[in-house]
Design a protein around this ligand. Structure first.
Ligand SMILES: Nc1ncnc2c1ncn2[C@@H]1O[C@H](COP(=O)(O)OP(=O)(O)OP(=O)(O)O)[C@@H](O)[C@H]1O
Length: 315
C-alpha cells in the first residue's frame, strides 16, 4: 500500500507530538522508522493505522483517508510492543480473533510460526512472559499478511534467538508476499540491513528519509594523524570526532567524490564506512539540543525539507 502524509500534525492537548510531517512511501518495501524516545514514532504509526485521528494535515493510504475508514483499516495491521492488543484468552483465541479480523490471514503459516517461536496454542496469554507475548504479536503481524504491516518495537521483549528468528521469517515471507512494512526500532544495527529506506524522526519532525544504502554511503569515517584529519575535513560536515593520542577519527556526512578520496589516501588517511546507529545518534540530539544541519535532512527530492536547525558545528 502506498502512503502519503502531508503536513501531518498530532497534538495531545498542549503537546505537539507530530509537527508538520510530509513524506510518501511506495508500496512493497521495508521501511525503518527510527527516532529517540518520545520523538513521535508510536503516534505516527497510530495515525497510519487509523487508531488516532490527525490534528491537522492529511494521511492517505492508497489515496484514501484512514481514520474510521473500514475499507482501509482491514488491510492495515499495527503490532504494538508486547502484543498488548491481544491480552485476553488463549493463544488459540488470539489467532481466531486475528483470522476473523484479517482478510489475508494464513492459518497454516500462523501454525508454523507458533512452532518456530515455541508458543503453545492452549497457553493463557495473560500468564505468558513478556517475550512470549511479543512473539505472539509478531505471529499475528506476520500471518496477517496485511498489505500495510507495521511493527512498533514489537520484538523488544524477545530474546536474541527469537529476534533473529523474526528477522529471518520477515525477510523470507516478504520475498514471497511483498507488502509495505514499517519497523520502528531502537535496535538499529540488528535490523538496519532489512530496511530499504529509512525515516529518522526527531521531536515530531522528519529529519531524514532516504534509501538505506544512500544514507550509509553518505557517512564516512576518516582516520589518521589528528592534524591531517582536521585539515582534510575542513569544509565538510563533521558529525563527531574522536581522539586517541595523536590519532583522530572523524565522522563525515556528505558525498566524498573520487578526487577527495584520492586526496585522503595521499595524505595517508584511512576511509571507512560508519554504522547506521552512529549516524542516527548524530542526526538526532537529546531534547533541548539542536540537531546538526546536514545535507539530506528533511526528505527526498520533491518532499519539503524540515527546517534545519542552526548548529555551531555544521557547515
Ligand atoms: N496519550 C498521550 N497523552 C499525552 N502525551 C502523549 C501521549 N502519547 C504520547 N505523548 C507524547 O507525545 C510525544 C511522542 O510520543 P510517542 O509515544 O509517539 O514517541 P515514541 O517515539 O514512540 O517514543 P518511544 O521510543 O519512547 O516509544 C511524547 O512527547 C509523548 O510524551
Amino acid at each position: 500500500m502506498k502512503i502519503d502524509v502531508n503536513d501531518l500534525r498530532v497534538d495531545y492537548g498542549d503537546v505537539r507530538a507530530i509537527d508538520g510531517m510530509t513524506f510518501s512511501l511506495d508500496a512493497g518495501k521495508i521501511y525503518g522508522l527510527l527516532g529517540r524516545n518520545g520523538s513521535g514514532k508510536t503516534t505516527l504509526l497510530s495515525v497510519l493505522a487509523g487508531f488516532r485521528r490527525e490534528s491537522g494535515g492529511t494521511v492517505r493510504v492508497d489515496g484514501r483517508p484512514v481514520f474510521e475508514n473500514g475499507a482501509v483499516t482491514g488491510d492495515v495491521c499495527l503490532v504494538r510492543d508486547a502484543g498488548e492488543t491481544i491480552g485476553i484468552g488463549t493463544v488459540e483465541d488470539a489467532l481466531y480473533f486475528a483470522e476473523w479480523l484479517r482478510p489475508h490471514w494464513d492459518a497454516a503459516y500462523a501454525d508454523a510460526l507458533l512452532d518456530r517461536f515455541g508458543l503453545r496454542r492452549k497457553a493463557n496469554v495473560k500468564t505468558m512472559s513478556k517475550g512470549q507475548r511479543s512473539a505472539l504479536g509478531v505471529v499475528v503481524g506476520l500471518a496477517g499478511r496485511s498489505p500495510l504491516t507495521m511493527f512498533d518495537e514489537s520484538y523488544l521483549g524477545m530474546d536474541a534467538p527469537s529476534r533473529y528468528s523474526f528477522y529471518d521469517a520477515l525477510l523470507a515471507d516478504f520475498m514471497e508476499h511483498p507488502r509495505t512494512v514499517i519497523l520502528s526500532t531502537h535496535l538499529i544495527e540488528e535490523y538496519s540491513s532489512l530496511f530499504e529506506e529509512v525515516l529518522i524522526i526527531d521531536r515530531g519532525r522528519l529529519v531524514l528519509h532516504e534509501e538505506s544504502q544512500t544514507v550509509l554511503a553518505r557517512g564516512t569515517s576518516v582516520t589518521g594523524p589528528a592534524e591531517r584529519v582536521e585539515a582534510f575535513t575542513g569544509g565538510l560536515t563533521v558529525l563527531d570526532t574522536r581522539r586517541l593520542g595523536p590519532t583522530a577519527s572523524a565522522m563525515v556526512y556528505g558525498d566524498l567524490d573520487d578526487a577527495r578520496r584520492g586526496q585522503a589516501r595521499e595524505a595517508g588517511l584511512e576511509l571507512g564506512p560508519i554504522a547506521m546507529q552512529d549516524l542516527f545518534v548524530h542526526l538526532t540530539e537529546p531534547a533541548g539540543d539542536a540537531a546538526p544541519a546536514v545535507p539530506g535532512r528533511g526528505a527526498r527530492p520533491g518532499e519539503p525539507a524540515a527546517p534545519a536547525e542552526p548548529s555551531g558545528d555544521a557547515r
